[in-house]
Design a protein around this ligand. Structure first.
Ligand code: IPM
Ligand code: MG
Length: 372
């Protein structure tokens, strides 16, 4: 296949982790005879510094004309310290979601056997974790009218949802559940919020009509936050609105041991976008220490979306070989510590099928790399 990928590295460690994902994509291209074309664009604080805009028109144009967007990370401490800044890196991310119509954000959370010991939770609780969060991404309080009263002492953020906005993401969540364990949990605050009651009515009707084989249950968001810690293994597909999904997906992402491992996909009416869940980790930028696996797994989700199932599985298998041999970036507290770029090189060479004989692995483990 021939595919055009818009690459938006963004801020902080974004460029470093993206570089590794591209190495891995090139290894896949070689092995499976595909051609990937990369068009780079500016986004976030880097884009503000160079153009004044967090999402320059050119970046949006490139994204719209590509088959997918591979996104690094955005955010810079100089803006985090100033919540009143008029132009902010986050606006670039929200604008690209809105302009590409990315209404469905998919965040899988799965326990890796070799990392379970680093979870803040007990091993027995984490071992069965295999859930995916479907977060609505272009509606709700994030995109509602917001403002301040004239004298500045009152502020508001409007939350609204239309039935169609709920139905389209619910369809995606139910379709995913059918390929998994046939269970959807709708998370809302229907005991208080009218938008949540609309979510319940809409999702209940849709489930009865189109997905009778999928079991649907409901949790209030406060209880869901508790259940994700107490018994995360109970979840298969979690379906929820924009802000609840933002909060719960951060919570869920840390229970498996490293946030540096979790990918995401945002799909919608136009080009889809793939990005790691972690942020721009400015303290680690330029040091070649970041964990690129979340971004590499995001690239695997992109291939999966194009129907390249074997290719995606080859990436996941490559990562398993890497982890099972005790390699890892420093956040994984591995037996054999590698840098971000060494991690990309090693996973790419595993994928290319370069025979990784024991001698080579031992040399690598002793820090005397022959491959990298
Ligand atoms: C996320 C992030 C964004 C969000 C921020 C950076 C605007 O937290 O992707 O989860 O709130 O959606
Ligand atoms: Mg978030």
């Amino acid at each position: 296949m021939n595919k055009k990928i818009a690459v938006l590295p963004g801020d902080g460690i974004g460029p470093e982790v993206i570089e590794q994902a591209i190495k891995v994509l090139e290894a896949i291209a070689d092995r499976f005879h595909h051609q990937f074309h990369y068009n780079f664009g500016l986004v976030g604080a880097t884009a503000i510094d160079k153009t004044g805009s967090p999402l320059p028109d050119e970046t949006l144009e490139t994204s719209l004309q590509s088959d997918a967007v591979l996104f690094g990370a955005i955010g810079d401490p100089k803006y985090d310290m100033d919540p009143n800044a008029k132009v902010r890196p986050e606006q670039g991310l929200l604008a690209i979601r809105k302009n590409l119509g990315l209404y469905c954000n998919i965040r899988p959370v799965k326990a890796y056997p070799s990392l379970i010991k680093y979870s803040p939770l007990k091993e027995d609780i984490v071992r069965p974790v295999d859930m995916v969060i479907f977060r609505e991404l272009t509606g709700g309080i994030y995109f509602g009218e917001k403002g301040r009263s004239a004298e500045g002492s009152t502020a508001f953020d409007h939350c609204s949802y239309h039935v169609e906005e709920i139905e389209r993401i619910a369809q995606e969540a139910f379709k995913a559940a059918r390929l998994r364990r046939n269970k959807v949990t709708l998370v809302d605050k229907a005991n208080v919020l009218e938008t949540s009651r609309l979510w319940r009515d809409t999702v209940t009707k849709l489930a009865k009509k189109d997905y009778p084989e999928v079991s649907l249950d409901y949790l209030f968001v406060d209880n869901a936050a508790m259940q994700i810690i107490l018994n995360p293994g109970q979840f298969d597909v979690i379906l929820t609105e924009n802000m609840f999904g933002d909060i719960l997906s951060d919570e869920a992402s840390v229970i498996t041991g490293s946030i540096g491992m979790l990918p995401s996909a945002s799909v919608g009416s136009k080009t889809s976008m793939y990005e790691p869940i972690h942020g721009s980790y400015p303290q680690g930028a330029g040091k070649d220490i970041a964990n690129p696996i979340a971004t590499i797994l995001s690239a695997a989700m992109m291939l999966e979306h194009w129907g390249m199932t074997n290719e995606a599985q080859t990436i996941r298998d490559g990562i398993d070989v890497y982890l099972a041999n005790g390699f890892g970036t420093e956040d994984l507290k591995p037996s054999y510590k590698l840098s971000c770029s060494q991690t990309g090189d090693l996973i790419a060479s595993i994928i290319e099928g370069e025979p990784l004989n024991q001698q080579k692995l031992e040399k690598l483990k002793a820090g005397m790399s022959t491959i990298i």
